[in-house]
Every structure is written in C-alpha cells, then in structure tokens.
Ligand binder design. Structure first.
Ligand code: HMG
Ligand code: MG
Length: 298
C-alpha cells in the first residue's frame, strides 16, 4: 500500500516564518523560495493574506509574490481566510489558495475569530471565486488530533469539517496535527475520518513535531496510501494561536525517511540542506532538522 512517489509541499516560507518575532526581510523569503525550488520542491506555500495586525510577519505578501522568479511546474500556494484576503491574493496570481478551518471550535475562534460554521460561510465565496478564476483550492484542517484549548479531538469532528469543506467545493485537504500531539493510530483515525469525504489522492498530512512524533505519523499516513505531505525546511515554524507548538516536521528529515525507503520525491537532499542552512543562518539559530545537523557534522 505504501506509495512509490511522494509529493512534498514546503510550507516553510508561510507556516515556518509566520511566527517569527523579528521581521524577516522579503528578500530573504524570496531567496528561500528560490532555494526550495532549486532543490526540487514542486509545491511551495509562500505566504498568507491575513490581517497584518494578527500576523505582522506576512504583511509583505505582495512584495514576496511579486519579487520571486517562478519556475515552470512549481505550484505556489497562499492562505486566504476570507474574500478580503482572496481579493488581495488574486492580484499576485497564486496557483492555489488555501482556506483554513479547524476541527476544534475553540481553535477556530482563536485563530480566525469565528465559529467553524461561520468560517465555512466565509470560505464558500472564496472557493467559488477561485474556481471560477481557474485557481486550485486546498483546505487546511487544523487540530485534527488535538487542540491546545479543547484537548483530544474525536475523528467525528474531523469527518464533520471534511464534509463541510467538500460541500463548498474544496478540492483537497490537509489533515493537520497543529500542536504535534498525535501518535500513529490517532493520526490514522483522523485520516480515516477524512476519507469519508475525500479520496486518498486528495488528502495530505501536515504534522508538527512538538512531541517528536511527526516521522512516525508520516509513516503511519504512508501506510494508508497518503502520498502528499507538508513539511517545513529546517523544521521552521509554530502557530501564533497554538502556544508551545514547535515547527512542522523538517522537510530534510521527511526526505531522508522517504529516500531511505526507496520512495521518490524528486528532491535533492544536499540542496535542500543548503536552503535550510540559508534560512537558519538568517534566523541565527541551528536547523531544526536532525538530518541536516547530522549531514553538516560529517
Ligand atoms: P476579524 O477581526 O474577525 O475580521 O479577523 P474582520 O472582518 O472583522 O476585520 C477586522 C480587521 O481585519 C479589519 O481591519 C479588516 O480590514 C482586516 P481594520 O478595519 O481593523 O483596520 N482584515 C484583513 N486584513 C488583511 N487581510 C485579510 C483581512 N480580513 C480582515 N484577509 C481574520 C479575521 C481571519 C482576518 C483574522 O482573524 C486573522 O487575520 N487571523 C490570522 C489567522 C492566521 O493567519 N493564522 C495562522 C495561520 S493558520 C495555521 O498556521 C495552521 C495551519 O498551518 C495548519 C496547521 O498547522 O494546523 C494552516
Ligand atoms: Mg501548520
């Protein structure tokens, strides 16, 4: 059942950097995107169009999108929580927009200031407009295993959100373990719940590594046939509305796992490590990737 090829979506420029306190210059973000595509990434989550009062680090969305040199065959995605965000985003010609909901009511309120039901009402016109404009649509589902405010999240809640996403025309969804509390069977249950509404080709795994479980969870998802994953170069990241959440699983670590299992990714690990060193150097701290640290110590 394990897929022979995997598509990785690097969310470093967005999920990875959104929580950085010091502003990261747009030129650095652009260089990071360039290095990721040079390493063979075919999908990059570049930025978000959210309130700059809430997430100041993403206020340069326009500059980053306009400043990067696009490479053929690479899909550039951006987050848009509402029509205002979509209208700003569409000017920058993303290949895909991402609406982002949560399986937990409390997290929805903290993150996007509305209930799950209200969020779907806000997303519906965004999804319709994107599809009419020929832009792909992904739905991020946060807190599919656990929530920083509500604790454990039952798979039924994930199925409910996936059904709502499907109902408004979202094409594929991310099963996100936002705070990295999941373990393999729990993650499989969340994916199983999502399978009630989306086929396996339209589900991606998005695992944070807070408790060191992300690679195990990746393997558990692979065993179910999931072949799309989000990860963040150098393990950058953390969510501003999820206290204590560390970064996404490092892309380098996932690539090492996959290549070690003979699974193709199209990614050049050495170039990816360079990309990770570039951004870690800029941030002034060691890479969050175990693989990068091991390779650099050789
Ligand atoms: P709100 O306050 O409910 O919205 O915020 P509002 O419509 O009442 O507007 C309030 C102000 O925000 C107004 O400005 C609007 O113009 C402005 P003011 O009149 O006060 O000057 N505004 C906007 N500005 C720019 N872009 C927009 C936009 N919309 C309204 N799109 C809102 C609602 C969603 C905007 C707000 O709550 C927000 O920006 N939240 C930030 C959400 C966010 O970026 N979270 C992090 C990403 S999610 C994540 O990381 C999880 C994920 O990675 C998966 C995982 O790991 O689980 C995806
Ligand atoms: Mg995330």
């Amino acid at each position: 059942n394990i897929p022979s090829k995997v598509r990785l979506i690097d969310v470093g420029p967005r999920d990875g950097l959104q929580n950085e306190k010091q502003p990261v210059p747009a030129a650095v973000k652009i260089e990071l995107v360039h290095r990721l595509q040079a390493a063979g990434l075919k999908e990059i989550e570049v930025t978000s169009y959210v309130s700059p009062k809430w997430v100041p680090q993403m206020a340069d969305n326009h500059e980053v999108m306009a400043g990067m040199t696009r490479q053929g065959g690479v899909r550039y995605s951006v987050l848009t929580p509402n029509l205002k965000g979509y209208e700003a985003a569409v000017l920058d010609k993303p290949d895909e927009i991402v609406v982002f909901g949560a399986a937990s009511e409390a997290f929805s309120q903290k993150n996007i200031n509305c209930s799950i039901a209200e969020s779907i009402e806000r997303f519906a016109p965004v999804v319709a407009a994107a599809k009419a404009a020929g832009i792909a649509v992904r739905g991020a589902m946060s807190c599919t295993v656990g929530c920083p405010y509500e604790g454990d999240i039952a798979p039924e809640r994930v199925a409910y959100l996936a059904g709502l996403m499907k109902g408004i025309g979202v094409e594929r969804v991310d099963v996100a373990d936002t705070i990295g509390v999941g373990t393999p069977r729990k993650v499989q249950a969340a994916i199983g719940a999502t399978l009630q509404h989306f086929g396996i080709d339209h589900i991606s795994g998005h695992f944070h590594d807070t408790y060191g479980q992300a690679l195990s969870n990746t393997l558990a998802a692979l065993e179910m046939g999931v072949w799309n994953f989000q990860s963040s170069v150098a393990g950058l990241g953390g969510c501003p509305y999820a206290k204590g959440a560390t970064g996404n699983v490092a892309t380098e670590d996932v690539v090492y796992l996959l290549h070690g299992m003979g699974i193709e990714t199209g990614i050049d690990l050495d170039k990816l490590v360079d990309a990770g060193q570039f951004i870690s150097g800029h941030l002034g701290r060691p890479s969050g990737s175990r693989v990068a640290r091991a390779l650099l110590a050789k």
